[in-house]
Write a protein that binds this ligand. Structure first.
Ligand code: FAD
Length: 308
């Protein structure tokens, strides 16, 4: 980015951070730097920002909670846009078609945890399966996040996006192709786009029932997954009909350490940063796991974590 571009970006986004350390924005706590990082709480500035970035041919990436991303080392050129949201970004109304259904509209930068706390207070059920999934609602839709028998696509009604031309597009969930930990959006969203708001269908449920289901899920997570450590959750996708964690354990890799990167001793599919793991160490461990699992089972594991 040249000086004039830097000045323009500072005008558009006064809180821009230069050479931001990406380890601070990733739950894996590793990564290089990004040329510019902007945190956006009001989506109204996005059309102008995207339009300018595209006009100047500057690369940009959208980031949520960073709980499913491994940033590689070095300096990442361009601008990372990070959405942030709060309670005022959640609204709900009764469905015009089904009186027992409520349509909950939520800003993409709102954290899943905040949305679930809101649902519990409003006694609206349907998203309990997401208890314990870190990150933002936008990230959960982009990843088609899921757990404990549910996926985001089950409850999604509508998504509002901003395409690379800076135009807002409303996409019914039925126009999105949802696959395992991926959502393929229709062409009007363009190749690069930002999910700004989402609408979920939910229904009145007792607070006791919602709370109990969430507590059960959190307890199961605590029993099976490492807590209080830097990770990106499941590192690899489960291959059809099997579990990546089972295959990694079968290959004898639970607890295996490479530098500061380690296969969790509790859950084989969690790569944990023991403190100062570099992206190279994490990537080397990823490759080693893939090789060993392939040698033992003939299956090549595919990362679920997005590598930037
Ligand atoms: C301890 C732990 C447990 C986890 N458990 C689960 C689990 O049970 N199930 C599960 O599915 N995942 C799980 N994950 C992975 C991760 O939390 C989810 O994938 C989460 O939904 C990612 O959200 P995020 O906001 O952090 O997205 P990020 O990691 O920031 O981004 C992920 C991808 O989504 C894109 N994206 C983010 N926001 C937007 C947006 N507004 N518009 C367009 N694209 C966007 C990014 O560009 C990126 O490609 C876990 C992770 C951790 C650390």
């Amino acid at each position: 980015m040249d000086r004039a571009q830097q000045k323009k970006l500072e005008l558009l986004c006064p809180s821009v951070q230069w050479r931001a350390n990406m380890a601070a924005y990733s739950s894996l706590r590793a990564g290089g730097a990004v040329e510019a990082m902007v945190e956006v709480t009001d989506c109204a500035i996005l059309p102008q920002l995207l339009h300018w970035l595209e006009q100047e041919k500057l690369c940009w990436q959208i980031l949520g909670g960073g709980s499913n991303i491994l940033f590689t080392s070095g300096l990442h050129r361009g601008v990372f846009i990070r959405l942030k949201g709060g309670l005022k970004d959640i609204t709900h109304r009764q469905s015009p078609e089904r009186p027992d259904e409520h349509l909950v509209e939520v800003g993409a930068g709102v954290s899943v945890a905040l949305l679930l706390a809101w649902c519990l207070r409003r006694r609206l059920g349907g998203l309990e399966f997401m208890a314990g999934i870190p990150g933002t609602v936008g990230g959960a839709v982009a990843m088609n996040a899921g757990a404990f028998g549910g996926t985001v696509s089950d409850r999604l009604v509508m998504v509002h996006c901003l395409n690379a031309a800076g135009r807002f597009v409303t996409v019914p969930a039925t126009d999105i192709v949802f696959q395992y930990r991926t959502a393929i959006f229709p062409p009007q969203c363009t190749a690069a786009f930002i999910i700004t708001r989402t609408v979920f269908a939910m229904w009145p449920t007792s607070a006791e029932s919602i709370g109990q289901r969430m507590r059960e899920i959190i307890a199961q997570r605590k029993a099976k997954q490492p807590g209080g450590v830097a990770s990106a959750g499941s590192f690899f996708k489960n291959p059809p009909g099997d579990y990546a964690g089972r295959l990694i354990e079968q290959a004898g890799l639970k607890g295996y350490t490479l530098g500061q990167a380690m296969v969790s001793a509790k859950h084989g599919n969690f790569i944990v940063n023991k403190g100062r793991a570099s992206p190279e160490e994490i990537l080397a461990l990823k490759r080693y796991i893939q090789e060993r699992v392939h040698a033992c089972s003939g299956i090549m594991l595919e990362p679920e974590v997005r590598i930037y």
